[in-house]
Design a protein around this ligand. Structure first.
Ligand SMILES: Cc1cc2nc3c(=O)[nH]c(=O)nc-3n(C[C@H](O)[C@H](O)[C@H](O)COP(=O)(O)OP(=O)(O)OC[C@H]3O[C@@H](n4cnc5c(N)ncnc54)[C@H](O)[C@@H]3O)c2cc1C
Length: 429
C-alpha cells in the first residue's frame, strides 16, 4: 500500500504559509458528500457545498495541494485548448456557449473568490499573453484573436513590436493579450482554500488515501487503511494522480509530467526589461513553454521535462534554462534556485472530463494544463450538480469513462511526442 508522501521540494513549498491541520481519517464516520482528492477541484467543490449547508468530508491521500494544485506554473489562464467557434461547432450553440463562458470566465471567478475569502496568495490579475513563435502559430493566434473579439471578449492582438515591448525579446512574431488572466502562488492558494473550507465546516483528512469504494445502504462506503466513511453522495477529483480508486479512471488519461525552474529574485531593472507589465506568458508552439515573474521578481519557466519525478535535479531542466537565456541573454548571469515537477492529466480529446456513473456520483478530471481557474470554477458547478442532480446544469459535457488502449506505454508515447514537437519547433513547421 502507498504511504502518504510529503510535498516535494519546490519554490512554493519553501515559501508557503503553514499547512492547516487536517488529521488522519482514523474513525468510521458518516457524511452527506464524500470528496476524494484535495486539489483546487475538490477543495472548491467542498467549500461551495459547505456554504450551501451540506455536510462534506474530504479524504486526501497526501495533503491539500499536494498534487498539481500546489506545484503548477501559477498562471490563471482563460479558455480551453479549442477556439470559441470550434467549441460551438463541436458542442452546439447552447452547451458550446456555456463552455465558452465558463472557461473564459474562470479567471474572474477565481480572483473574485480569492478576494471574497481574503486568501493571501500573491494573486495579480495582470493578464495572459499567448505568444506565437512561428509564422504558422501567428496565424493561429490571429484566428483566436478574431474569434475572441467576435464573442465580445476584451482581448487584444499584439504585433511583433507589441509583443517585443511586452517581453523584451524579439523571439515572438505576435501575441494575444487577455487582460482577464494573471497569476498566484498556487500552494498558498490551495492552503487558503482548505482553510476557508474548514472554516465553513468541511472535514478534511490528510494521509487518508481511499483504497476502495463500494455501494452501501443505497449510498457509498469509502475505505481507507484506518477507517470507513459512509456517504450519500460521492465526488472524485484525483486528476492525474488517479490510482485504482475507480475502475478505468487511471487508464482514461495520460499523466504527463510538466517541469518548472525558478530563478533567484532578479534585479529590478532586469525584471522590468523582460516582463514590464507582469503578464504571464505561454508560447503557442508544439512544445509549450510558459513563464511569469512572481511577486519577488523570480522568473518561473515551465515546460516539458523528464517523464519521472525530478527531486530537485536542476540539470535535467537545462532545456528550460537555455530557453530563458535565448530569450534574454542577461539571464546567463542569474542563478536558478529551484527545480520541480508534477503530473497533469491530458485527455485524448484535450478537454476536461466529467463522468456521472450514477446520479449520486460525479468524477472530474483532465484540465490539460489549464486547471487553476477551471478547476476552481468547476468546483462550484460540481457542488451544485452533486447536490441538486440533473436540475443543475453543467457547462461541460458529461461522458462515459473510456480507458485508453496501450495506456501502460504512455511514457514512450510522451517522449516521442516531445522529440517530434521539439524538432518541429526548431525547424518551424
Ligand atoms: C508542473 C505543472 C504546471 C502547471 N501549470 C499550470 C498553470 O500555470 N496554469 C494552469 O491553469 N494549470 C496548470 N497546471 C494544471 C493544474 O495545476 C491542474 O489542472 C489543477 O491543479 C488540477 O487540480 P485538481 O484538483 O483537479 O487535481 P490535483 O491538484 O492534482 O489533486 C488531486 C489530488 O487527489 C489526491 N488523490 C489521488 N488519489 C487519491 C486517493 N485514492 N485517495 C485520496 N486522494 C487521492 C492526490 O494526492 C492529489 O492531491 C499545471 C500542472 C503541473 C503539474
Amino acid at each position: 500500500m502507498q504511504t502518504a508522501q510529503s510535498l516535494p521540494r519546490s519554490l512554493y513549498a519553501d515559501t508557503s504559509v503553514a499547512a492547516p491541520v487536517t488529521p488522519l481519517f482514523d474513525m468510521d464516520a458518516r457524511t452527506s458528500v464524500a470528496i476524494v482528492g484535495a486539489g483546487f477541484a475538490g477543495l472548491s467543490a467542498a467549500l461551495h457545498l459547505a456554504e450551501m449547508g451540506v455536510d462534506v468530508t474530504v479524504l486526501e491521500a497526501n495533503e491539500p495541494g499536494w498534487g498539481a494544485s500546489g506545484r503548477n506554473g501559477g498562471q490563471v489562464n482563460p479558455g480551453l485548448k479549442f477556439n470559441p467557434d470550434q467549441l460551438l461547432a463541436m458542442f452546439g450553440d447552447d452547451l458550446g456557449r456555456r463552455m465558452i463562458a465558463r472557461a473564459y470566465g474562470g479567471p474572474d471567478f477565481t480572483f473574485d473568490l480569492i478576494r471574497r475569502l481574503g486568501i493571501d496568495c500573491d494573486a495579480r490579475q495582470t493578464g495572459t499573453l499567448r505568444a506565437a513563435t512561428h509564422a504558422q502559430t501567428v496565424d493561429a493566434v490571429r484566428e483566436t484573436a478574431r474569434q475572441c473579439a467576435s464573442h465580445g471578449m476584451p482581448t487584444v492582438l499584439l504585433d511583433a513590436a507589441g509583443i517585443q515591448a511586452a517581453t523584451g525579446t524579439s523571439h515572438y512574431s505576435g501575441a494575444l493579450f487577455d487582460p482577464r488572466g494573471g497569476d498566484l502562488h498556487p500552494l498558498n492558494y490551495a492552503r487558503g482554500l482548505a482553510v476557508a473550507a474548514l472554516a465553513a465546516g468541511v472535514k478534511i483528512h490528510s494521509g487518508s488515501r481511499v483504497l476502495s469504494i463500494s455501494r452501501k445502504d443505497g449510498g457509498w462506503a469509502l475505505r481507507t487503511a484506518k477507517a470507513s466513511l459512509t456517504a450519500n453522495k460521492l465526488l472524485i477529483t484525483v486528476n492525474a494522480y488517479a490510482d485504482g480508486v475507480w475502475p478505468g479512471l487511471k487508464q482514461s488519461l495520460v499523466p504527463v509530467y510538466s517541469s518548472i525552474v525558478a530563478s533567484e529574485p532578479l534585479p529590478d531593472d532586469l525584471a522590468a526589461r523582460i516582463l514590464p507589465h507582469r503578464s504571464v506568458l505561454y508560447e503557442s508552439s508544439h512544445i509549450t513553454v510558459y513563464y511569469r515573474l512572481d511577486g519577488q521578481n523570480r522568473l518561473l519557466m515551465g515546460g516539458r521535462g523528464p517523464q519521472r519525478r525530478l527531486d530537485g535535479d536542476r540539470n535535467a531542466l537545462s532545456y528550460l534554462i537555455r530557453h530563458a537565456e535565448r530569450l534574454w541573454p542577461d539571464m546567463k548571469h542569474v542563478r536558478w534556485s529551484h527545480a520541480w515537477n508534477g503530473q497533469l492529466a491530458i485527455t485524448p480529446d484535450h478537454l476536461p472530463h466529467v463522468h456521472e456513473p450514477s446520479p449520486d456520483a460525479l468524477i472530474y478530471l483532465g484540465c490539460n494544463g489549464r486547471g487553476v481557474a477551471l478547476a476552481t470554477t468547476m468546483g462550484q458547478q460540481l457542488a451544485n450538480r452533486i447536490l441538486k442532480g440533473a436540475d443543475a446544469q453543467l457547462d461541460l459535457p458529461v461522458s462515459a469513462i473510456k480507458p485508453l488502449r496501450f495506456h501502460a506505454l504512455w511514457p514512450i508515447g510522451v517522449h516521442t511526442a516531445m522529440l517530434w514537437g521539439r524538432l518541429r519547433d526548431a525547424v518551424g513547421f
